[in-house]
Write a protein that binds this ligand. Structure first.
Ligand code: B12
Ligand code: SF4
Length: 472
């Protein structure tokens, strides 16, 4: 079968505030590339189109030029409305198309997707590699699809039904690596400042998470962490280094450092195979100690993202982070001590949070002296407790189609603070962290080349816009 997998058309305007559109970047759609690789391995002809680079009309033309039998789209919640429009236009031009959708939107509200879009045949829920393969094989042999697990679809009477979920893939090593050969790597540019060297490639070394944070939608399900073996992870990295000249790796795992033994082994293999890479990952403060950090440093890790969220323990408890503020503070200090930079992320607008508590968070963020710091307004997404039971926690202010976490409009207001105060805290926070001599000196001394100068300049312009330019 000929299959086109695609991301709907979007621009930075949909996703980010005006101030930061200049430093925004686009990453390849890894999840979709995993789905593609399983289909390719089974002998199907697969193409990928990424709407980040095309207008709606261009995207439609590119999809149809491949003459597909089946099309499948990845959609986070905020892309759903535009995707439904795209399906209508595509089906009008090629009525025999079979259409599937997956990702965070169709997984969380698949029934609604089928009601909104008569053109959509199946909303695939969760981890989709084998569900999509089964669908494609059934369509190619003319078999019935109505019993396929992991699908939300219409039965023979046209009623929307939610089939049982598919069991998660236990052994992730059995998956082929994502289909990098199907994308034009040259088109992708990461966000300014988030990489040390180029070209950068992405790796997902584990899937799922053992925690249950209030604002997070866990597409793979609750408490369902699975990890690839160190050999399999380092084989993928080695392929990227040898075949694509990768100099940097971005690990997108939710819980990269969960298993210390596994990470130390990954680090040992990177060193043993003499892979010249630098890399970035995320970690929770309660999963790092000096031993793991030293091993990571020796293997090229240059930056770790810690979700600090708030300086106030009560707020972390509300978020269900399951961690002490002090644990993350200690972890950040230890990370700096071994010579790895940190990227600290913080949230304003936590249910129950007061403006004064927000000010305490700003003070902490300044003290942490991270290399990068970002402040997000809390954002409810379908499937997350904060969205599904939102009235318990506050008021949703933006429609689903407009929930980019980096936009200037505040998406959610807790009962203890209003949107204006959240916006004010963000402004104060950026000013406190970035406009201070210690930070500026640290960043100037870190400049090594023209790439760093460009990055720093772009960041500075965005900062001036965030802090000093009044919104209309
Ligand atoms: C890494 C990550 C990113 C990376 C993306 C890296 C990449 N190239 O994929 C970056 C930083 C770029 C990013 C950006 C954004 N992200 Co993000 N991100 C994540 C994170 C932490 C992990 C995603 C991941 O890689 N998972 C592992 C892979 C294997 O899974 P997957 O991508 O979901 O793919 C599987 C399924 O979705 C499905 N699937 C994928 N494609 C297709 C296609 C078809 C046809 C089918 C049927 C199925 C299917 O099968 C795949 C394999 O099993 C999740 C958190 C989470 N818990 O999921 C948030 C998350 C997905 N992000 C989120 C958001 C909001 C964003 C942004 C909008 C942030 C912003 N700017 O405001 C942007 C949107 C970018 C975009 N264009 O889509 C939200 C989405 C919420 C929602 N319900 O819609 C999440 C869930 C985090 C949260 N807040 O809860 N993100
Ligand atoms: S925010 Fe991170 S730690 Fe919390 S549930 Fe989501 S992925 Fe897990």
């Amino acid at each position: 079968m000929r299959i086109v997998l695609f991301v709907p058309n979007w621009t930075f305007v949909d996703m980010r505030s005006k101030d930061t559109q200049g430093i925004a970047g686009v990453w390849p759609p890894t999840g979709l590339m995993y789905v593609a690789s399983v289909l390719q391995k089974a002998g199907h002809e697969v193409f990928i189109e990424d709407g980040a680079f095309w207008t709606q009309e261009e995207l439609i033309k590119r999809i149809l030029d491949h003459n597909p039998d089946i099309i499948g789209a990845f959609s986070i919640a905020m892309f759903w409305e535009r995707l439904a429009k795209l399906f209508k236009l595509l089906k009008t031009r090629k009525p025999e198309l079979k259409i599937i959708a997956g990702g965070h939107g169709p997984s969380a509200f698949g029934e609604q997707c089928l009601i909104d879009s008569p053109e959509l045949d199946v909303a695939v829920r969760g981890e989709a590699e084998y569900t999509v393969l089964e669908l494609v094989e059934a369509w190619s042999s003319g078999a019935d699809i109505t019993e396929i697990e992991g699908c939300t679809l219409r039965d023979s009477s046209g009623t929307v039904v939610k089939n049982p979920s598919r069991k998660l893939i236990e052994n992730l090593d059995e998956l082929p690596f994502p289909s990098v050969d199907l994308i034009d790597l040259e088109l992708y540019q990461p966000s300014a400042g988030q990489v040390l060297r180029l070209p950068v490639m992405q790796v997902i070394s584990s899937r799922g998470c053992t925690h249950m944070c209030l604002y997070c939608y866990r597409l793979m399900g609750d408490r369902c962490l699975r990890m690839r073996s160190p050999e399999n992870v380092v084989d993928e990295i080695e392929l990227y280094v040898k075949q694509y000249g990768a100099k940097e790796i971005k690990f997108w795992d939710e819980l990269f450092t969960h298993d210390k033994v596994r990470i130390i082994e990954i680090c040992r293999l990177i060193v043993e195979r003499k892979l010249d890479i630098t890399w970035w990952c995320s970690a929770r403060g309660d999963t790092v100690d000096e031993e793991i950090l030293l091993a990571m440093k020796a293997a090229g890790c240059w930056c770790i993202n810690f979700g600090v969220e708030s300086a106030v323990q009560k707020n972390l408890n509300t978020l269900r982070k399951g961690i002490k503020v002090q644990t993350t503070i200690d972890a950040i200090k230890l990370t700096h001590k071994v010579g790895i930079r940190t990227f600290g992320t913080y949230i304003f607008g936590i249910p129950g949070e007061t403006y004064e508590e927000g000010l305490q968070t700003i003070k902490l963020a300044k003290e942490m002296k991270s290399f990068y710091t970002e402040f997000f307004p809390i954002t409810p997404f379908p499937g997350a407790e904060l969205y599904d039971n939102s009235q318990k926690y506050g008021k949703v202010l933006r429609p689903l189609s407009d929930t980019g976490m980096l936009k200037e409009e505040i998406p959610f207001e807790p009962y203890t603070m209003d949107a204006e105060q959240i916006a004010k805290l963000r402004k104060l926070a950026y000013k406190a962290v970035y406009i201070n001599p210690g930070f500026i000196l640290m960043r100037v001394f870190a400049i090594r080349n023209w790439f760093d100068v460009k990055t720093l300049f772009g960041g500075a312009i965005s900062l001036v816009k965030i802090i000093f330019v009044k919104k209309k």
